[in-house]
Design a protein around this ligand. Structure first.
Ligand code: HEM
Length: 210
């Protein structure tokens, strides 16, 4: 396994599998957040379910491990690519080259990491260790602050850009390289990125004005 994870193919596969897991997590997270539009009762019970369900509790550890692995491997991949300059890989693999997003994965990724640290402090730590009586009130109050809305929406746009390359890169790394799959995966990735960036942003903006 250590030989596998230290080979460049191994690293890309681990990167893409952890990425695919995070892609799934974001869909579930967005789904739960959309219940905010159903009012306090619905969101608080969805949030309570997520906080108490045994399967979800176990998955939280997998999620944390997935994030950490993805970040460490991402930094590692960037450092190896820098050391191997001039970057032949980008030229030789046009399928993986989607312009600005693909060249700046490390920067969008690190900024998203900063967002996640802020976000965990705002919600996760507050709900687990603070004196929160209603998760709905916590979320909706936070989005009354325009600075937060701006920071969050900026992070969601960066996330959309990161995913617009990451999604197709994850699939091509695990084998969907043939041209007929590639255009389909690419389009699906773009649709997914818009859904995530717009879905989360609409929530923040809606509750600012609501
Ligand atoms: C409108 C946008 C968002 C809202 C309102 C929101 C809300 C929340 C809330 C209330 C929790 C605490 C859940 C609990 O412990 O019961 C949470 C946890 C979390 N959020 Fe978000 N979130 C948003 C966007 C995001 C995005 C874009 C990401 C990732 C890039 C993210 C990553 C996480 C993580 C990793 C956790 C901790 C794991 C968990 O409790 O499931 N969130 N979020």
């Amino acid at each position: 396994m250590s030989g596998f994870s230290s080979s460049s193919v191994g690293r890309k596969v681990i990167m893409s599998l952890s990425g695919l897991f995070l892609i799934t997590f974001l869909l579930v997270h967005l789904g739960v957040n959309l219940t905010l539009f159903g009012g306090p009762e619905l969101f608080n019970s969805a949030s309570h379910f997520m906080a108490t369900n045994l399967v979800i509790q176990v998955m939280q550890y997998v999620l944390a491990a997935g994030f950490i692995l993805h970040i460490i491997m991402g930094i590692n991949l960037e450092l190896k690519n820098r050391a191997a300059r001039p970057v032949k890989y980008v030229k030789n693999n046009p399928a993986a080259n989607s312009g600005w997003a693909s060249r700046n994965m490390i920067y969008t990724g690190l900024l998203i990491l900063l967002f996640i640290i802020l976000h965990l402090k705002d919600f996760f730590v507050e709900i687990k260790f603070g004196e929160v009586t209603s998760d709905y009130d916590l979320v909706t109050q936070l989005f009354k602050n325009p600075i937060y809305v701006i920071i969050y929406v900026f992070a969601f746009i960066l996330l959309g850009i990161h995913l617009s390359h990451g999604f197709q890169s994850a699939f091509t790394s695990i084998g969907a390289r043939k041209p007929k799959y590639y255009s389909c995966v690419k389009n699906l990735g773009i649709a997914y990125s818009y859904l995530i960036a717009l879905g989360f942003s609409i929530i923040a903006i809606y509750f600012y004005f609501a």
